[in-house]
Design a protein. Structure first.
Length: 143
């Protein structure tokens, strides 16, 4: 890292931009390795080929593969399923999962705990439990 710092200090603005772009590219590769693992990441870059949907799913690049012509209906149904769930819970899980993949020392665990507490204290939590007991679909409001 000290070599990089000295290069940045002595480089002109164009070189600094190029170095920053390379650093960003490295961060992108790290994200790819985190998703697919080192072996698949190498294969993706070494071969530079297009992968089938099934291969992409096997690598973990996509969660689902749907038949041709069914993607729009699938996505609409998926979005409807998500939007029928408790908004506070969906938002909380989105944030918390994002925190799990952040370097441990940079995680905001207090905010994670606060979000979970807010879910349990919400009207939606009560509605979910009541709906379950009454064997009906819940009507969440985000409160």
């Amino acid at each position: 890292m000290s070599d990089l710092n000295s290069n940045l200090k002595s480089a002109d603005s164009t070189t600094k931009a190029e170095l920053m772009a390379r650093l960003e590219h490295t961060r992108g590769i790290k994200k790819l390795v985190d998703v697919v693992g080192p072996s698949f990441a190498k294969e993706i870059f070494y071969t530079a080929r297009q992968f089938t949907a099934a291969e992409a799913q096997g690598m973990g690049l996509v969660n689902r593969v749907v038949p041709d012509g069914e993607l729009e209906a699938y996505v609409q149904n998926y979005a409807d399923t998500i939007s029928a769930n408790a908004p506070l819970t969906v938002d909380s899980v989105k944030y918390i999962v994002g925190q799990v993949v952040v370097e441990e020392s940079k995680r905001d665990l207090q905010k994670c705990a606060d979000l979970v507490s807010a879910c349990f204290a919400s009207r939606d939590y009560t509605e979910g439990r009541t709906a379950f007991m009454e064997k009906r679909k819940p009507k969440f409001t985000g409160s």
